[in-house]
Design a protein around this ligand. Structure first.
Ligand SMILES: C[S@@+](CC[C@H](N)C(=O)[O-])C[C@H]1O[C@@H](n2cnc3c(N)ncnc32)[C@H](O)[C@@H]1O
Length: 284
């Protein structure tokens, strides 16, 4: 039994190493997240527990192939950023990272605490490749790591970021990697959302910024209005806080959503009208 718990603890601490080290409410967070993680472990299924053909295919092609699409060039760029002691001014918007809200941060700290992990970056790239995703919208560019994974197999991507110095660096990073189909927008998400034409539709929308209840629901509403039946709406950090947990519950329960996929750190929903409404907790 203890061996098992040690394994859970190891995975948990590895995944949230940064937050655990920095937060003053360390104990509460560890306890609550560990509980959530254990619940997730208990509920998660592999291919044998999936009866929906769409989710079965998603599991086999996207979730199971977790080694593919982790990009050496993007990871080399990440490695450089994680070593960078360069300081940039950082006007933290939204709920922010648990790393704090200081006005100046090192690039190293942002790369360590805000960027998508290789595992989830690879997952987004696989979705784009397998489902022929052409148009993408990303909430929260940060240093452009997630943007780059999304850009790998898509045709047009728009990414939004509120902090100018971070976005400047992200633009450089994305350019260095040779992705010239990325359009970045600087500003507060809610303001930028008003600038999209009503009939703009995306194949994938990645919500990864301002992890609070009301804003997340507002972004989700926008996502629904700008998606087709098969659009993937992906939300990061669905167990990050009580507010995010509530947001995830509400999104899953929304009657316009028929498929929800819980990968613990990330949640993905699709409208898929015509399919029986079902929630899946997938082993990843
Ligand atoms: C977790 S980071 C994004 C990481 C990135 N998606 C990746 O995968 O590497 C969240 C970013 O969203 C930005 N952000 C948060 N709330 C925002 C808001 N209300 N408007 C604009 N930008 C915001 C923050 O400045 C931060 O850089």
């Amino acid at each position: 039994m203890w061996q098992r718990y040690k394994f859970y603890l190891f995975i948990f601490f590895n995944q949230y190493k940064g937050a655990i080290k920095q937060t003053p409410t360390l104990y509460y967070l560890c306890k609550s997240m560990l509980n959530d993680y254990l619940k997730y472990r208990k509920a998660r299924v592999n291919a044998h527990g999936i009866h929906s053909p769409f989710v079965f295919e998603f599991y086999n092609e996207i979730v199971k192939k977790h080694q593919t699409e982790i990009d050496p060039k993007i990871e080399a760029l990440r490695a450089n950023l994680v070593r960078s002691e360069k300081k940039i001014s950082f006007n933290e918007l939204g709920a922010g990272s648990r790393k704090g809200t200081e006005k100046e941060r090192t690039v190293k700290s942002i790369a360590k605490h805000a960027a998508i992990t290789p595992k989830f970056g690879g997952l987004l790239a696989r979705i784009c490749r397998f489902y022929n995703v052409e148009t993408v919208l990303e909430f929260g560019t940060s240093l452009g790591i997630g943007t780059s994974y999304l850009a790998k197999h898509s045709k047009r991507i728009t990414t939004m970021e509120g902090c100018d110095s971070v976005l400047e660096l992200a633009n450089e990073n994305v350019k260095t990697l040779g992705y010239d189909h990325v359009k970045s927008k600087l500003g507060e998400f809610s303001t930028l959302l008003n600038q999209f034409e009503r009939d703009t539709i995306f194949d994938l929308i990645y919500i990864d910024g301002n992890h609070r209840l009301e804003p997340t629901l507002e972004y989700f509403e926008f996502a629904l209005n700008h998606s087709h039946n098969d659009t993937f709406i992906s939300l990061d950090e669905i167990y990050w806080s009580e507010e995010m947990k509530l947001a995830w519950e509400k999104i899953k329960a929304d009657e316009r959503i028929n498929v929800s996929l819980d990968l613990f750190r990330m949640g993905i929903v699709c409208k898929r009208t015509g399919q029986r409404k079902q929630d899946f907790v997938l082993k990843f």
